[in-house]
Design a protein around this ligand. Structure first.
Ligand SMILES: Nc1ncnc2c1ncn2[C@@H]1O[C@H](COP(=O)(O)OP(=O)(O)OP(=O)(O)O)[C@@H](O)[C@H]1O
Length: 310
């Protein structure tokens, strides 16, 4: 049984001439990191809004832990599958950041002590200590985004869905969010599903990739499998990330170098191509841009032991 499964899911908005989702078969398993890629208007957000019951299929089905979403279980589904919207203004609306984060847990009917505990946990996790008394509508876009993520995490979902989570974040914000999301499956057993237009991130932060185009899934596989398909990428307006693109260009010029997609694999491939032994993995760190390094003691996003660890 999959955590999330759609079967031949079809959907049209009342105003749409064409189906916005056409026979979507999507699955997500435990502890997976899944990227959904595709051009503007492909249907990524519309798919995500089905996965926690905000939208109802016109035909086909959405199964959560093997069960269709019904009026009777929608409350449980929303606890289980947390959705962070693309635009944080759609999600952040209370008088203070703290109240905003407490909103979801309050709606779950939790007692005050549990709510306070959960708010403290996610405030710490997302480095929001300095913002907790601020008015959310006065925050910057990136700050609002972190508040929106905190509000969803405070519900303690098992599946976290993020619609373009890195949009509007500065480079440090992207790196920290990236490290944070990458830690969630292993540390807490979360499944993380996200859409992005930043293909550079995908080899480092996805186990599986779906490619969508005009309401259909046109590709599914590991990042390596997807990035080998030139036609698929071109149709979906996707570029190959720069490391495999560079390596392919060198290979095309007859240089003997192994294919690689992640930073570490590319480093190993270059070391071997230069006749050197790859460095032991544990000693290596992905370099951070020097401008970011001395900023890195603020706004940390760190996993927190209070969140239900497996
Ligand atoms: N509330 C709505 N009412 C009518 N049409 C909508 C609505 N929301 C989205 N659409 C249309 O549905 C299609 C799919 O939109 P969706 O937002 O799901 O795409 P997306 O892949 O998330 O795009 P993007 O990358 O731009 O965020 C688009 O043609 C869009 O104009």
């Amino acid at each position: 049984m999959h955590l999330i499964e759609t079967r031949d899911l079809c959907y049209s908005y009342s105003t749409s001439k064409e189906p916005v989702l056409n026979n979507i078969n999507f699955i997500a398993g435990r502890k997976q990191r899944i990227a959904v890629l595709g051009p503007n208007g492909a249907g990524k957000s519309t798919l995500f809004r089905h996965l926690n019951g905000i939208l109802k299929p016109k035909s086909g089905s959405v199964l959560i832990r093997g069960e269709p979403i019904t009026k009777a279980n929608i409350h449980e589904v929303r606890k289980f599958v947390g959705l962070v919207f693309q635009n944080p203004d759609d999600q952040v609306f209370s008088t203070t950041v703290e109240q905003d984060i407490a909103f979801g847990p309050c709606n779950l009917g939790l007692d005050e002590e549990t709510i306070a505990h959960r708010v403290d946990s996610v405030v710490h996790m997302l480095g929001l200590e300095d913002l907790r008394d601020r008015a959310p509508h006065h925050l910057s876009g990136g700050e609002k985004k972190r508040v929106a993520i905190a509000g969803v995490l405070a519900m303690e979902p098992q599946v976290l869905i993020l619609d373009e989570p890195t949009a509007g974040l500065d480079p440090l914000g992207v790196k920290e969010l990236f490290d944070f999301l990458n830690a969630l499956p292993e540390t807490y057993g979360f499944t993380v599903i996200y859409s992005t237009h930043q293909v550079e991130l995908v080899p480092e932060m996805a186990d599986y990739v779906y490619v969508m185009e005009k309401g259909e899934i046109t590709g599914y596989g590991t990042p390596q499998e997807i990035f080998l398909q030139d036609d698929l990428l071109a149709r979906a307006h996707l570029e190959l990330p720069s490391l495999p693109r560079l390596i392919q260009a060198l290979q095309a010029q007859g240089i003997n170098i192994e294919s690689a997609y992640t930073y570490q694999d590319a480093e190993d491939a270059f070391m071997k191509a230069f006749g050197k032994e790859p460095l032991p993995r544990e000693k290596k760190e992905i370099p951070v841009h020097s401008d970011l390094e001395h900023m890195s003691d603020h706004q940390h996003i760190h996993p927190h032991p209070h969140l239900h660890q497996e």
